[in-house]
Design a protein around this ligand. Structure first.
Ligand SMILES: Nc1ncnc2c1ncn2[C@@H]1O[C@H](COP(=O)(O)OP(=O)(O)OP(=O)(O)O)[C@@H](O)[C@H]1O
Ligand SMILES: [Mg+2]
Length: 270
């Protein structure tokens, strides 16, 4: 290959890299859009709590009622701030930088954004955290992958169901694993090999004109591979689907499942 061709190839590679980063960012903003309705509802509920407890505190002058009102207003304020912080950090354009990250707190930041959406679609959320694995990741990209899986899971449970999020450290294989399991429609065997291909989708645009681009899983696979990780799927048509994200393990902090330690029996004071 001539020097000129080499230079042209390098230029094209740089362009592809830049366009992929743009696509990832565009898809991220679109996925936040999916949550706009539920987050607006949630803010409305929070504001109703603030307004009602403020009124109650003004009507009742006794200290106990006022303390309770302030507590409720404060808790509502904290919840609102958790959601806005989550939204801002999620939507922020993050440099391609990796940090050792606790996979459970990464997940919790995503769950705070989707809780209301799941509730509105009659989906019960269950978390099963076995360990607290650490992995060297670009947290924002992994959150985007998790959000894509959760949105897919919710869309697969049209009449409601259960979403189970699991976390474990697979020390034999050296991976921290996040599993997103649903009790939805499942994926027919002949489609399983298609779902990670760009633009493969069985969905149509929703009422808000969103979804169905078929890019969610293609980007998920790309992000996982760039992290030296994997994405795996198992599905039983009519019963549900489980996606597992495997990320190279960088350590495990203390186990999450606390072993019940019997309380010491107090010795009676004579
Ligand atoms: N949890 C799931 N249950 C059932 N089918 C699924 C699930 N996740 C993905 N699929 C199938 O895989 C296809 C591709 O998913 P992907 O997320 O890539 O695209 P999409 O959801 O159709 O569109 P987009 O994510 O761009 O809005 C879906 O159209 C659906 O047929
Ligand atoms: Mg999708």
């Amino acid at each position: 290959m001539s020097d000129q061709q080499d230079a042209r190839l390098a230029e094209l590679e740089a362009q592809v890299h830049a366009l992929k980063a743009e696509l990832l960012q565009a898809q991220k903003v679109a996925s936040v859009g999916m949550l706009a309705t539920s987050i607006t509802h949630e803010f409305n509920n929070i504001l109703m709590t603030v307004i009602n407890y403020a009124k109650m505190g003004m009507r009742h002058k006794d200290a106990a009622t006022r303390d309770k009102s302030f507590d409720k207003i404060l808790a509502a304020g904290h919840r609102a701030s958790k959601i806005t912080t989550g939204m801002l950090s999620y939507a922020k354009r993050q440099a391609d930088r990796r940090e050792t990250t606790d996979l459970i707190s990464l997940l919790d930041d995503v769950l705070v954004l989707v809780e209301k959406d799941l509730q509105m679609h009659r989906v019960r959320l269950e978390t099963r955290y076995e360990h607290r694995p650490l992995s060297n990741v670009n947290a924002s990209q992994i959150q985007q992958v998790v959000l894509n899986l959760i949105v897919n899971a919710r869309q697969a449970m049209a009449t409601g169901g259960t979403l189970i999020i699991g976390v474990r450290a697979n020390t034999e294989e050296g991976f921290g694993e996040i599993t997103v399991r649903d009790t939805g429609c499942g994926i027919p065997a002949e489609q399983l090999k298609e779902i990670f291909k760009p633009y493969f989708s069985t969905k149509t645009l929703d009422a808000q004109g969103q979804g169905g681009t078929g890019l969610g899983l293609a980007l998920a696979r790309e992000v996982m591979e760039s992290h030296g990780g994997r994405i795996r799927v198992e599905s039983a048509p009519g019963r549900g689907t489980a996606f597992t994200l495997k990320l190279p393990l960088a350590g495990v902090t203390q186990p999450v499942v606390s072993v019940a330690v019997p309380l010491p029996i107090p010795t009676p004071v004579a």
